[in-house]
Design a protein around this ligand. Sequence first.
Ligand code: NI
Length: 238
Amino acid sequence: PTPSARGPVSWLSLALTAATGAGLVVWYDHLKSQKVQGIAAAGAATAGAAAIGGPFAGLVKVGKDGATSPFSSDDLAGAGWHLLYFGFTHCPDVCPDELEKVAAAVDALAAGDKKKGKPPLALTPVFISLDPARDTPAQVGAYVKEFHPSMLGVTGPEEAVKAAARAYRVYHARAPTGPEPGDYLIDHSIITYLVSPDGRFVTFFGKQVDVQGLAAAVWERAAEWEKEHGGVAAAMRA
Ligand code: NI
């Protein structure tokens, strides 16, 4: 097929890949747009794993002490496993629910499961804001603390945030809720991304996955990856 026949890889095709695989019903946070739902229903090409992830730069990370430092996709390489979630701190319900789930899964993985022969797996959760206009580093730093002590808060200039979202095929759009410029929510895709210690996208999880399901699936994919790469340490040396 010609490139155009295959179509561009997009957030939409990512959503459909997941929808097909997992029977997913709810994908968008606060979504009001019939048009987007219509497009989603119309069908599209599916995205390969290779098309998700990739370089982004120019963001700001907020550490545990509130100190800020530059953040880019390079920071995901050589620093263990990561779970990425894109959202916004003013999100009324979906983001808090998803971040609580991620935090609980991180704790479950860190504990391991001796009975099932699963060694502990260390994983850093990362929250990336899709609302840099309101999500200052201080705001993001305070927000992530509510969920997990090891969760990194990331925000940055609007263009840098957009580029990171684009790299991970995250759909996001402002949805006005009132007359003031600050009256808005952000419709966004609800996806948690697993990133391996070499900084590459491995797989993603939707809203329908619960804590146990998320932890089990992450553990399984991480075990596969580490077997293939001779463990995290060996992969880091390579
Ligand atoms: Ni949200």
